[in-house]
Design a protein. Structure first.
Length: 427
């Protein structure tokens, strides 16, 4: 029997962990800088939550969910995204009683049954933020700024920010109508998938990954030409706020992209995406937008919200592509090398060193040479060598593996060796 990991999943091996450390640590740091607090929701939820909260017309609900009947007869789905769960938690935990807006972030695995390819997998990870309970465009600008700063702090260059406004649901009918008319006029030139989409959700045709459709979509009616009233005012204020972001972030820029809609049905007003300049269809790093109708759809009281989700696999791909440095994980302070019958003394010493907060690894009981090779392979800073003679005399030989490679005899005592390792600055 030869087991393999499921298609579209990955083993994240120790050598790759520095990249994951970087995207998680930077996410935590930036979220904290903006006052966003962490929330963790369950990995699985009631299937209805996503059918309602993500929308029946979306690719996610149509064909990408991992759903199953659990042993109790409930329909359960592994979460395909984070926003519906966060909103469910907001409602269930009465967060509308907290001072608004409530600023939250999450970093977690998501599951979608998709055709695996570079940047598109079945278990992936997102860093997401949600600002719930404030309808004002200042919050939109803040969330966009947060995404910008996250990418900038990761060191990723040449990312474009595209934004659009979908207006409000009430005002959208005219737009959808004209959009529908426009695409029906060129329906023969659309691939089959987009002809089907047009029947179900004309807006989603704009989002098509088919090149033929994209060219046609460029000339389609523009949502921002249809928005009126408060939605229009919101959009105009947002553009000014974004222009003002240049004062704090001289590199900041954005383009208005009329083709930008979100794959999820609950978005209104502001939508945005961050994409590397040379992105293909798996390129979007961060995608987000406002979802004022969502809380109501989920049975909560009407509460505005805006957020984004960034794909960590894609951000890591970009870190690697741009050859950005990550901190290599540090090796242990000490590898204990034992010879002859010193094995148990070595083991006791290792425990004593760890108790004193010196990271310590035991070399396997093999030849001196093999043990030294092992110490080097672990990037150890020091080796402590114990043989029968050392144990008898109550001393240990401590050798630095750093430059110079000084070697000293130290009393065979965890406190003394810990002190020595610290004082030589090799800890
Ligand atoms: P796409 O159009 O690429 O399928 P989407 O609209 O389905 O994206 P969202 O649901 O908005 O994506 O998710 C936000 C981000 O999560 C994406 O921009 C991407 O970085 C990441 N992401 C989404 N699906 C996957 C996946 N299957 N594998 C890896 N990352 C993903
Ligand atoms: Mg998708």
């Amino acid at each position: 029997m030869n087991f393999k990991r499921p298609r579209g999943t990955a083993d994240i091996l120790p050598d790759d962990q520095p990249y994951w450390g970087k995207v998680y640590n930077t996410a935590r740091k930036v979220a904290h800088q903006f006052g966003y607090r962490r929330i963790d929701t369950p990995t699985f939820e009631d299937t209805n939550l996503f059918e309602r909260g993500v929308g029946n017309e979306t690719d996610i609900v149509q064909k990408e969910m991992y759903s199953f009947d659990d042993h109790g007869g409930d329909m359960i789905t592994l979460r395909p995204e984070g926003t519906a769960s966060v909103c469910r938690a907001y409602i269930e935990n009465g967060m509308h009683n907290l001072p608004q807006p409530v600023r939250l972030f999450y970093a977690a695995a998501m599951f979608r049954y998709e055709r695996p390819q570079a940047g598109r997998v079945r278990q992936f990870h997102q860093f997401g933020v949600e600002a719930i309970g404030d309808p004002s465009p200042e919050v939109d600008a803040e969330v966009i700024e947060l995404g910008w700063k996250y990418i900038a702090d990761l060191g990723i260059k040449d990312v474009t920010l595209r934004i659009n406004s979908l207006g409000d649901a009430e005002g959208r009918a005219d737009y959808i109508n004209d959009l529908d008319k426009y695409f029906l006029g060129v329906v023969d030139q659309l691939p089959k998938v987009d002809q089907d989409r047009l029947k179900r959700a004309p807006l989603r045709v704009l989002d098509s990954k088919a090149r033929e459709t994209q060219a046609l979509a460029d000339a389609a009616p523009k949502s921002v030409d249809y928005i009126t009233g408060e939605a229009k005012e919101h959009w105009e204020v947002l553009l000014v706020l974004l222009d003002n972001l240049k004062q704090a972030y001289p590199d900041f820029s954005y383009t208005v992209d009329h083709r930008l809609v979100r794959g999820l049905d609950y978005y209104n007003r502001t939508v945005f995406e961050f994409e590397p300049a040379d992105a293909g269809s798996q390129g979007t790093l961060i995608a987000g937008g406002r979802y004022d109708p969502l809380m109501g759809i989920l049975g909560g009281q009407e509460t505005p919200g805006i957020g984004f989700a960034g794909g960590l696999e894609r951000l890591i791909m970009e870190l690697k592509k741009q050859e950005l440095p990550v901190k290599a994980s540090k090796g242990p302070d000490v590898v204990v090398v034992t010879l002859g019958d010193a094995g148990s003394a070595g083991s006791t010493l290792a425990a004593g060193l760890r108790a004193k907060d010196i990271s310590t690894v035991l070399a396997p009981k093999r030849s001196m040479k093999a043990q030294m090779r092992y110490a080097n392979s672990q990037n150890a800073l020091n080796v402590v060598i114990l043989g029968d003679r050392e144990v008898e005399n109550g001393v240990a030989s401590v050798k630095s593996l750093g430059e110079g490679g000084a070697q000293s005899e130290v009393t065979l005592d965890a406190a003394a060796i810990a002190e020595h390792v610290r004082s030589t600055g090799n800890q």
